[in-house]
Design a protein around this ligand. Structure first.
Ligand SMILES: Nc1ncnc2c1ncn2[C@@H]1O[C@H](COP(=O)(O)OP(=O)(O)OP(=O)(O)O)[C@@H](O)[C@H]1O
Ligand SMILES: [Mg+2]
Length: 268
């Protein structure tokens, strides 16, 4: 599994006063959620983690190597990116060609490319749409297609910016299962999300941002047991915690309804 080390990172857009400033942040967990209110700097951090944007100061190191020194090919094999808006990533005439495109930059064996594309499309349930134009797909299908393009490359790290947005429930389930499978098979999955129920249920580490700074890093249990950083990050705890507080005046941490039922079976 990879380790991402951020040190003395500083980034400012040329046309905005916003500053992202992170002194030290180490990410060595397999399932990491980046959370925080609108404008906190989540997508800015995401762009810096992709290596497509360079910080004015400091560095992002992946397994001890500065991201800025990776060749484009090494970067493709290291970090896979799923942007918030799938349309910004699609440009090929068919679904199949879309998935094959990035992989073909790395792999010259046409048979291997074809077999890998087939497998990636099957993993996201898009096999039947392989000859369609990507722009004729629905929004959830486009999102699943961008995920397939990354799965085909099989990078060490998967970055998702708000992956659940615009997905229906079955697709959300599919993407969550895929993320868990990736984590179990030695990959690192980092996702930006506003959904605290999903974050609490799915991730082992949370990084909370507020006004361009990290205000918390640690497990979901620790995060939701500290009202201060949760408030600073402009977030609410998982709904089950709010219900326990309001109905039973119970102020314990519960990440999921199952967690609640296991801790307090008498309340069922
Ligand atoms: N391209 C840009 N040029 C100038 N300012 C920008 C640019 N992109 C983002 N910003 C500003 O940087 C700040 C952080 O934005 P960012 O997109 O990182 O926030 P976010 O946490 O992802 O928010 P959201 O939850 O709304 O997606 C905001 O004040 C935003 O207006
Ligand atoms: Mg964002």
């Amino acid at each position: 599994m990879s380790t991402i080390q951020i040190s003395n990172l500083h980034y400012q857009y040329p046309t905005s006063d916003f500053q992202l400033a992170i002194d030290q942040l180490s990410i060595a967990d397999s399932l990491v959620a980046i959370v925080g209110q609108n404008g906190a700097g989540k997508s800015t951090l995401f762009k810096l983690l992709t290596g497509l944007v360079q910080p004015q100061k400091g560095a992002v190191k992946i397994n001890q190597r500065n991201l800025a020194t990776l060749t484009p090919e090494e970067r493709l094999r290291t970090i896979g990116i799923v942007f918030q808006d799938p349309s910004s990533q699609l440009f090929n005439p068919t679904v199949e060609k879309e998935v094959a495109w990035s992989l073909s930059q790395l792999e010259s064996d046409a048979e291997l490319v074809q077999a890998t594309v087939k497998k990636a499309l099957a993993s996201v349930g898009l096999t039947k749409l392989k000859d369609q134009n990507p722009f004729d797909l629905s929004l959830p299908e486009k999102k699943l297609l961008t995920i397939a393009t990354v799965l085909a490359i099989n990078p060490q790290i998967y970055l998702f910016d708000e992956p659940m947005m615009s997905l229906d429930w079955p697709s959300q389930r599919l993407v969550t299962d895929l993320m868990q499978y990736l984590a179990q098979t030695g990959h690192q999955v980092i996702a930006i999300t506003h959904d605290m129920d999903w974050a609490a249920a799915t991730f082992s580490k949370m990084v909370a941002l507020a006004a361009g700074n990290v205000v918390f890093e640690g497990t979901p249990t620790n995060f939701f047991s500290c009202p201060e950083p949760v408030k600073k990050a402009g977030l609410l705890p998982p709904r089950i915690m709010t219900i326990a507080q309001e109905v039973f005046n119970d102020h314990h941490v519960y990440l999921t309804p199952q967690d609640y039922a296991e801790k307090y079976p008498a309340h069922q």
